[in-house]
Design a protein around this ligand. Sequence first.
Ligand code: OGA
Ligand code: MN
Length: 207
Amino acid sequence: MQSPALQNLISSIIEDIAQKGYAVVEQFINPQEITSLAAQAKILHITGEMHKAKTGISKLENSTLRGDFIHWIDASNASESETFYLNTMAELQHAINQAFFLGLFELESHFAIYPPGAGYQKHLDQFIGKEERKISCILYLNEGWHHEDGGQLRMYLDKKDENRFIDISPQAGTLVVFLSSDFLHEVLPATRERISLTGWFRTRSLS
Ligand code: OGA
Ligand code: MN
């Protein structure tokens, strides 16, 4: 059952997506769950269960393009805090489907750790010929993030004008949601380790 607070956050996400194509909300997930998700990501990193992320359909490791380490969430073998995250995202998926008839049927998601200095160059989350990713969602897991730590998500609001962008700090509990086909974005390098949980709501693959 949804808490009234979650219901309100989800309503404001739906409204913003309808108006602007993206939404940014703070404290989407409570601090205790964020702490345990961050702890889990750190353990996965230390135990070697995070691997260097690859880019695009070429599946090449390319540290200049993207310097993060990732670990895919396995829904059939999820921890307590992963289950909490997945259940919360399922509520969001349901609300998005009701509002926009997108026919989203699953979330694929991974933890990501960017070591200090690492970033992810400007890109789109949809690859040509692979359009199943409809909505991108990024949940940040960094407690006490300060502006001067860097690591902002730079979201370009106009594909044709690179001067129109907003910068979002990867503060613990903040969730960014956007239409995967519409927004170029990049991760600016940070001076400290930067942890996130990124997910994509997908439609059924045609192939
Ligand atoms: C991605 C991505 C942004 C972020 O993983 O595709 O753009 O802020 N992540 O972590
Ligand atoms: Mn991206």
